[in-house]
Write a new protein. Structure first.
Length: 223
């Protein structure tokens, strides 16, 4: 009986991996073995630690969200051919056209016409006080060819953008010092190997305690 159960579970796991529209990491496989009730949501302190230590591979979606994301990805690729095509048609400004893009500036995030701020349609499994934002960029963001991680100069440029765009907003509303309010904002750019949409540059920004007004201000949506 026990052998039959283990065999059935093994076959089910193999079937899920075969049907996955993208390569599943060991973390993904572990998440899929859980229920939402068993899953541990990332809280703010854990999130800051993961990003500070660049352990981006440990970021996880809730089991139900991951299953829905896999199904959605499969259906989207079947209809549009690629995730990139869907995002260009339905999420980014039509004025962008198709890659390679014509940019206003060669410096990422220097010109508002070269980026678009959106809520992440498929956020990680975060506690309710955290909002997951994606900033899409027409301008290329330099990465280290060996590690796939951002270069020191790219990190500086992104840090400055996040500070003036998100940090100054939360500091201005809260009346506190920007250094203190930046404790409510973190960002990361997935290494190349972790990216699900490699053809379009994007950076993830996470904000603790963002209001509806903040999100409308950043995204321009819902006004």
């Amino acid at each position: 009986m026990g052998d039959n159960t283990q065999a059935a579970e093994g076959s089910k796991k193999e079937a899920v991996e075969e049907e996955a529209p993208f390569p599943l990491t060991e973390v993904d496989k572990w998440v899929l073995s859980q229920t939402d009730e068993e899953f541990h949501l990332h809280d703010w302190e854990e999130l800051k630690e993961i990003i500070a230590n660049n352990k981006l591979e440990t970021l996880k979606r809730k089991p139900s969200d991951l299953r829905r994301y896999m199904a959605w990805t499969q259906a989207t690729k079947a209809q549009y051919g690629s995730m990139t095509s869907y995002i260009l048609q339905h999420r980014l400004p039509s004025s962008w056209g198709k890659p390679p893009f014509t940019t206003t500036s060669l410096i990422p995030f220097a010109s508002p016409s070269d980026y678009k701020i959106l809520l992440n349609d498929w956020p990680y499994g975060l506690t309710d006080d955290i909002t997951h934002i994606v900033v899409w960029s027409k301008t290329s963001i330099a990465v280290d060819e060996t590690t796939g991680d951002v270069t020191d100069e790219s990190r500086r440029v992104i840090e400055e953008f996040v500070r003036r765009t998100f940090g100054e907003r939360v500091a201005g509303k809260g009346g506190g010092k920007i250094e203190d309010e930046m404790e409510r904002v973190v960002w990361f750019k997935n290494w190349v190997s972790l990216q699900s949409v490699r053809a379009l540059e994007h950076v993830h920004v996470l904000v603790k305690g963002a209001s509806k007004e903040d999100l409308e201000f950043w995204t321009g949506e819902g006004r």
